[in-house]
Design a protein around this ligand. Structure first.
Ligand code: UFG
Length: 341
């Protein structure tokens, strides 16, 4: 079995990817420092798979600790790098924390990969690199713009580092996946998103409101130039997104990938915030308490992906509707409630 190192493998997208890797016949090895997730995600992975996945509890910015993992885990064939902070607002208040962790971990990882002759990497990027796009849907050729936040800038800088490395004559092969808005949870409801404190993102806020943990959802603005005035996003189910990582690593290992490649990973469809709320209500039968509030500073009015490249070159396809994704997020919220008793 081919061994794949998954940094941030106990996190939201990481844990789903670990499950999909095993199901595709790989042997994932997790690195996580548990700064933004909980031990229970490992238990969830084990429950789904019927056995434990190896996990090294280290910080990915720690070069010496990374080296020890590579020494111990011989035969790592590729790496999927998720480990990063992702709260846009926090990054504005604590930029150094974000540059140190998100950029520092990539540089440390690349250095150690080079030392151990591991040269296949899938990198977690974000549609945030497109800023406020001038054209929709966005393709991989849509110009990358100045980042809106230190978080967004870390993704842009990491892409630049990887591009510089690819053009330096090194033999590193990188596929950067630019995620749109990942939502939902594994159909087993044993793993899902574990937001710390008050969620920033829409779907965990919706499910926590419906579960009575939050009083009311505020929809940030209804005066945008969209059909119902609320922002448009491309909500992609986390299991579909996880599968994109499996096909990306497969392609790298098969030798078919270029030195550096970028792919949009979304559904190709934009939905407004109100449509997302309605999809949740339809999928779950729950009535959501929400109000319209002011715009959230920094929000992109509308963005959704053109996924032609990922479809044609990776064979990527989405299999989950917005309703199904919302239902899975709700089942996960209910699972959290059950297990908290
Ligand atoms: N929203 C609300 N109320 C909330 C939370 C969100 O109305 O309580 C709205 C936002 O205004 C936005 C949409 O729901 O229109 C989605 O917001 P999220 O916070 O869930 O996601 P974002 O699109 O803002 O952020 C995502 C990722 C970031 C990434 C960014 C790039 O979470 O990591 O896309 O655009 F940087």
């Amino acid at each position: 079995m081919k061994k794949i190192l998954v940094t941030g493998g106990a996190g939201y997208i990481g844990s789903h990817t670990v499950v999909e890797l095993v199901e595709a016949g790989y042997e994932p090895v997790i690195i996580d420092n548990f700064s933004n997730t909980e031990e229970r995600s490992l238990q969830g992975i084990a429950d789904i798979l019927g056995g434990d996945v190896t996990c090294h509890r280290i910080d990915c910015t720690d070069t010496a600790a990374l080296r020890e993992v590579f020494e111990k885990e011989t035969d790592i064939e590729g790496v999927i790098h998720f480990a990063a902070f992702k709260a846009v607002g926090e990054s504005v208040d604590e930029p150094l924390k974000y540059y140190h962790n998100n950029v520092g971990s990539l540089v440390a990882l690349l250095q150690v990969m080079k030392e151990f002759n591991v040269n296949k990497l899938v990198f977690s990027s974000s549609c945030t690199v497109y800023g406020i796009p001038a054209e929709l849907p966005v393709t991989e050729q849509t110009p990358v713009q100045k980042a809106n936040s230190p978080y967004g800038n870390t993704k842009k800088i990491c892409e630049e580092i990887l591009t510089d490395l690819a053009t330096s004559g090194s033999d590193m092969y990188t596929t950067a996946l630019r995620y749109f808005n990942p939502i939902g949870a594994h159909p087993s409801a044993k793993i899902g998103e574990l937001p710390l404190g008050v969620p920033n993102n829409l779907v965990p806020f919706i499910t926590q409101t419906a579960a009575g943990i939050r009083e009311q959802l505020t929809i940030f603005g209804n005066d945008y130039d969209t059909p119902d005035g609320t922002c448009i996003r491309d909500y992609v189910h986390v299991v579909d997104l996880a599968k994109a990582h499996v096909v990306a690593i497969e392609r790298l290992l098969s030798g078919k990938a270029g030195n550096i490649e970028f792919f949009n990973v979304g559904t190709g469809t934009g939905n407004t915030v109100l449509e997302a709320v309605q999809a949740f209500e339809r999928a779950t039968g729950e009535k959501l308490n929400y109000k319209i509030g002011p715009r959230r500073p920094g929000d992109v009015p509308k963005i959704f992906a053109d996924v032609t490249k990922a479809t044609e070159e990776l064979g990527f396809k989405t299999t989950t509707t917005l309703e199904e994704a919302m239902k899975s997020a709700w089942d996960w919220q209910m699972h959290l409630k059950e297990t908290a008793k």
